[in-house]
Design a protein around this ligand. Sequence first.
Ligand code: SR1
Length: 359
Amino acid sequence: MILRLLLVQKGNAHMTRHSRILPLAAALIATVAIPALAAGLAGAPSPFDKGGVKLALVSYLSAGDFFQAYQSGAEAEAKKLGVDLRVFQGKQDATQEREQIDEAINLGVKGIVIDHGLPESLKDVAQKALDAGVKVVAFDVNLDNPKIPQVEQSDHLLARLALEQAIKDNGDKFKAGYVYVAGFAPLDRRDEVWSEFKKKNAGVEEVARWGAVDATTAATVADQTKAVLRSHPEITVVFAPYDEFARGVKLALGELGLNGKVKVYSADVSTADIREITEQDSPWVATVATNPAVVGAVSVRAAAIAVAGEDPGKEIIVEPTLLTQAALKSAGVTTIEELSAKVPAFGQSTAASAKWIPQ
Ligand code: SR1
């Protein structure tokens, strides 16, 4: 930006009819080239002191509110750091994600955030990045590598808080439905808590389990839920620990006219989710969530700290908050921004911070 202003000012000093075109052209070129030439971050360690550092965010999934907000948070943090963040969108395609990591290495990025994915298809290419001197941070994918810090949302706590709320609301005897897809680190961690919970609460019976993660997860889960609830009308509680799952279940309950009969407990939150949770007669009664934009920011900070040769920590945790329908309604919260303002722990995290990183 500074470079662009300088070029424009220099042009203005000799403002003839022809020379007006040159500064404009120079400014346009400079605008395109800014990421590579950006000024450094004052007081930051190398290479951030000189600027122009390239990082990559490679995702497995990009559809849905969580992943969009996560990406926006990562981009905003990169901007603060003066980093050129290359974003590779995910399409639930393991081969594409591998190729994108390769592409990022070839682009000369200094660090890569790998966001979700299938561990077996990523471990070797993540090691390839490390071997090339690229720092790697994983969000919600266990790459089983001591050199790769892991960002997570404390999924055990998240599931525990949701299930404790289910007991508070429904007692300790109920027939439950459970939405789950194995193979995703956060869902697998939440599943460990669900298994423990059932052992401790013998009166809680899981009568059906279903789920899908695809490009239209909520719609797919809605169709599945309708079929399940038609054959299991005894279900009164659904544990759906991913907001796309919960949206699908809610959609199905509305269509089946079961809003007053079944309660939904989930993970994650977005402005659209808050609207769905707080609307009249909503069966979605609680969720436990971090602000995904904060998690995106933390992931980029962790990668930047590693690139600076410092230690971001091995396990970088962003703590989730329990959000009940009743609490959201009584606080009059309607958006993520309002939630962040009312619950400071939700709106920011000190995880992966360093003195040189701007607040
Ligand atoms: C398919 S995995 C979905 C989960 O990833 C993130 O951790 C979100 O919390 C979401 O629930």
